[in-house]
Design a protein around this ligand. Structure first.
Ligand SMILES: [Zn+2]
Length: 55
């Protein structure tokens, strides 16, 4: 498995956010949204990581 399974440490509030709890948004910078998603903290909204969700 990759390192994109979480949990992800939030820089904003210090929470450890599980992959299924993270808020998913489109990436910035025009990456293909079907392949890349940005995970955000559900508590404070800080960006956690951009993960590859395509094949
Ligand atoms: Zn947070």
């Amino acid at each position: 498995m990759s390192d994109s399974d979480g949990p992800f440490d939030c820089d904003g509030c210090g929470a450890a956010v599980a992959l299924e709890d993270a808020r998913r948004t489109k990436t910035m910078g025009g990456l293909d949204p079907t392949k890349w998603q940005t995970l955000c903290c559900p508590d404070c909204g800080s960006r956690l990581r951009t993960v590859y969700v395509g094949d």
